[in-house]
Design a protein around this ligand. Structure first.
Ligand code: IPD
Length: 291
């Protein structure tokens, strides 16, 4: 049976708006400790309530589809070849918790482990990013009425020294991976005289999905993170690729977060993507072992 991706996309937008209303009317309250690993790994009651609403609506409309969500995930759960909704009720929970408006609802559909529909909505700024496999990706907000991405005709990518780069620190704050990340960020930023790539700047905005949307739109050149979960990237991968961007750390068409070991690099549209990926890997200081 073939899935009507347009219908899924339209339904996901409806749910994203409903979720948005729940989020903007909620007061962030930390949920009982339970499953989270440390004090920087936040979860609120709103994350849980939104995921419940989203999963209930999706199961009612698409009873045969599988569901994976951040708040109900259990170690060992895997993305299978079945049509699977992959959902982060609030991506950027730390921002939400602090009243920082940079967060979103992230709703993706993967079929045969390939992300094919992505809907990402920031209910606070009312910014909506959408994409359907083979049909482009789009932005709707206060100043854009469903414009196609990227926002500008993409300039060629020169070297990293011309790039605005997004990275995230994540919530693991010690061990090898933390050392690799901090050394890599240092290398990216430092002057060439000091052996660095001297990028234009580094951004850690606090939402993996909105970083991917920034790459799709073209206002971020590269995004690199080790430590993402499927729900942090599924929807955004569609939006990046449909805007001419590439996921340099993934196996297109056979996406398996385990194979990718939760390490992702996204590069915006424009000539020179492969060379930028190469230059970036050259700046990674050691091996991140996450996943
Ligand atoms: C997290 C955010 C953060 C990124 C983490 C994600 P959450 O998602 O996207 O920016 O660094 O990898 O897990 O916990 O806010 O849904």
């Amino acid at each position: 049976s073939t899935v009507n991706l347009q219908e899924v996309h339209d339904f996901l937008i409806k749910i994203a708006h409903q979720a948005g209303e729940m989020i903007t009317s909620a007061k962030p309250t930390a949920a009982g400790s339970g499953t989270k690993k440390n004090s920087a790994d936040l979860v609120t009651e709103t994350d849980q309530a939104v995921e419940k609403m989203v999963s209930t609506s999706l199961k009612e409309k698409y009873p045969d589809f599988a569901f994976m969500g951040e708040e109900t995930y259990k170690p060992g759960d895997e993305v299978t070849y079945a049509p699977t909704f992959i959902v982060d009720p609030i991506d950027g929970t730390t921002n939400f918790f602090h009243g920082n408006p940079y967060f979103c609802v992230s709703l993706g559909l993967a079929i045969a482990r390939k992300p094919v529909v992505g809907v990402i909505y920031n209910p606070y700024t009312k910014t909506l990013y959408t994409g359907i496999d083979g049909q482009g990706s789009f932005l709707t907000d206060a100043t854009h009425d469903r414009v196609r991405l990227p926002l500008r005709p993409p300039e060629p990518l020169r070297d990293l020294s011309h790039c605005l780069v997004a990275v995230e620190w994540g919530s693991d704050r010690d061990g090898n991976d933390y050392d690799v990340k901090t050394a890599t960020f240092n290398k990216l930023c430092a002057t060439k005289a000091n052996g660095g790539a001297m990028v234009h700047g580094i951004r850690s905005l606090g939402s993996a999905e909105l970083n991917l949307c920034g790459v799709a739109a073209g206002f971020l050149d590269v995004y690199w993170e080790s430590g993402c979960w499927a729900w942090d990237v599924c929807a955004g991968m569609v939006i990046v690729r449909e805007a001419g961007g590439i996921m340099a750390g993934c196996h297109q068409g056979d996406w398996d977060p385990k194979i990718d070991q939760r390490r992702y690099m996204a590069i915006r549209a424009g000539e020179g993507q492969k060379a930028i990926a190469e230059e970036f890997w050259g700046c990674v200081q050691g091996r991140v072992e996450v996943g």
